[in-house]
Design a protein around this ligand. Structure first.
Ligand SMILES: Nc1ncnc2c1ncn2[C@@H]1O[C@H](COP(=O)(O)OP(=O)(O)O)[C@@H](O)[C@H]1O
Ligand SMILES: [Mg+2]
Length: 512
């Protein structure tokens, strides 16, 4: 369904931040009744463009027309009064308040005109109409992330938003919740709303959008009809070159357990139970994927294995040697490598050079160090070799790490962690924030390590990534493993249910 005048028209929008041209003469338009995806890699300028449309940022240049009329958006309030509502990546709800209170918070309409019964009725009607299940009397802190997102959407609908922007809405959802959201969005589009859906996931845009605008480095590459394009073409537009999705890997050859975790318990930073008796094994030449919605114990698990977080009970064995609660240095010395979640905080030191970062873990041992001395020549040769082998794009070993892009940082980190010939690799979100090309390179490196016989624990929120790389997938929910399934032939349905807390009916297969 299209109308003569686009509901949203943004013309030559330009927005500069210190050192970055985030939006570079962008033309964008969307129609009533369509779901329009805004697709692009991290940093492409998607959120900036939509923050401009929702009145949060002001463009340096450009015009905005809403339903054919030129408008000035000085604040989010202006945008809302024009029917533009945005659901941000980080929700803006007040935790101790109820759903109904959050929905009406900050509204101009004199609240005494409506009693709470009427407000709840209106919320119930919206939630019924669009399939947005939520209890108006519940308090925000009692709700799951998926429910909180529904409250944000209802809040916008309550304000009569007919142009709804969602910024990477599925990042926090299970596959089932994502499907429910898609159904809601389709219903809203059918009612004549304009839906703008920001994402970097190709499968999602193919599944839900009518049209797609692809951004790359602050510019529009193209706007296409979804029915007339393909994942392959979209990836090419996003990255600027050909991309191959097929991951080929040989079947698991079998082997000894390298890592065994038994009934591990640990606390979160807040002192609450984060791991509640987790048991599993990872074998030689095997990738065990760990799936789950963020915040269900993934980080604590990786930290407990690498010595960064104490276990309160339970055991960790590396090739049958007990390493429970050893310190990180002791553990890493036994050929354990770690790709942490936070690359620049824990993985690399931004103010040091590439070569200093590359030898951080090996400086004390031959051939790079002898007693108190470093062998500069050996270090230089070692670093040049790694930089070229892992295709780190940098001027040279002496340049500073803080100047590298995300993809190159990750290559550097992997170069260091792989060059110690790990027996066990603990990789946490290794491709998060990377473009499609860098993601492909990281996948290749992980599979090479698998071929070499390393055992890899791969923690990721990307189910497609987990299913294509892993041999088996374990699902973590609130600090417990809901089940472990072979990746080949795994049902996304079943994994999604486990991600939402349903234990697998058959007893979880406990690897020997
Ligand atoms: N508030 C800001 N201040 C400075 N730079 C910003 C700000 N917001 C975004 N940027 C930069 O603008 C570019 C585009 O960012 P963004 O719009 O968030 O991209 P996307 O949403 O596509 O990932 C990035 O280089 C980002 O670092
Ligand atoms: Mg963004």
């Amino acid at each position: 369904m299209t109308s003569a005048v686009p509901s949203v028209q943004m013309l030559v929008i330009t927005k500069r931040f210190p050192g970055v041209l985030a939006n570079d003469h962008i033309d964008f338009s969307a129609n009533a009744g369509e779901i329009h995806a805004l697709l692009g890699e991290n940093g492409a300028g998607k959120s900036t463009l939509m923050n401009i449309l929702s009145g949060l940022y002001h463009p340096d240049q450009g015009d905005i027309h809403i339903h054919g009329r030129r408008v000035a958006l000085r604040s989010p309030r202006d945008a809302i009064s024009l029917g533009i509502g945005m659901v941000h990546q980080h929700f803006m709800l007040v935790e101790p308040h109820t759903v109904a209170e959050n929905v009406t918070l900050g509204l101009d309409e004199p609240r005494f005109l409506l009693n709470s019964g009427q407000i709840e009725q209106k919320i119930a009607a919206l939630s019924e109409k669009y399939g947005l299940k939520v209890d108006p009397e519940a308090r925000i802190w009692q709700l799951s992330v998926g429910e909180q997102q529904r409250v944000e959407i209802i809040k916008m609908l309550y304000r009569n938003a007919d142009i709804l922007i969602l910024d990477e809405p599925t990042a926090v959802l299970t596959p089932q919740e994502a499907r429910e959201l898609f159904a809601t969005l389709k219903r809203m589009a059918a009612e004549g709303h304009t839906i703008i859906f920001i994402t970097h996931k190709l499968d999602e845009v193919m599944a839900i959008s009518d049209r797609i605008t692809v951004l790359r480095k602050g510019r529009v590459v193209s706007t296409v009809f979804t029915s007339a394009t393909s994942k392959q073409e979209l990836a090419r537009m996003m990255v600027g070159r050909e991309v191959f999705f097929q991951v080929t890997k040989s079947p698991w050859r079998g082997g000894q357990a390298v890592l065994r975790v038994e009934a591990a318990r640990a606390l979160s930073d807040k002192g609450l139970p984060a791991l509640k008796g987790v048991s599993f094994a990872v074998h030689e030449g095997e990738i065990l994927g760990v799936a789950g919605v963020a915040g269900n114990g993934q980080r604590e698990l990786a930290e407990a294995i690498t010595g960064l977080r104490p276990l309160t009970s339970g055991e960790v064995y590396l090739c049958d040697r007990r390493i429970t609660n050893q310190n990180p240095r002791q553990i890493l010395d036994q050929k354990v490598s770690h790709i942490p979640e936070d690359r620049l905080g824990m993985g690399l030191i931004p103010n040091l050079s590439l070569s200093d970062n590359l030898i951080l873990k090996g400086y004390f041992a031959p051939p790079l160090g002898r007693g108190p001395f470093l062998d500069q020549k050996a270090i230089d040769a070692h670093c040049r070799e790694l930089i070229s082998r892992f295709e780190v794009m940098a001027p040279g070993p002496d340049s500073s790490v803080k100047l590298l892009s995300g993809g190159n940082l990750q290559r550097l980190l992997l170069a260091r962690e792989i060059s110690c010939c790990p027996r066990l690799m603990v990789a946490v979100h290794p491709t998060r924030g990377l473009d499609v090309g860098a993601t492909e390179a990281v996948h290749k490196m992980l599979l090479e390590q698998r071929e070499e016989g390393a055992a890899i624990l791969l923690i990721s929120e990307d189910l497609d990534e987990l299913l294509s790389l892993s041999d088996r997938v374990a699902v973590l929910y609130e600090g417990e493993i809901m089940g472990i399934v072979p990746a080949q032939g795994a049902q996304v349905e079943e994994i999604g249910l486990m991600m939402a807390g349903t234990k697998r009916a058959r007893p979880a297969e406990v690897a020997a």
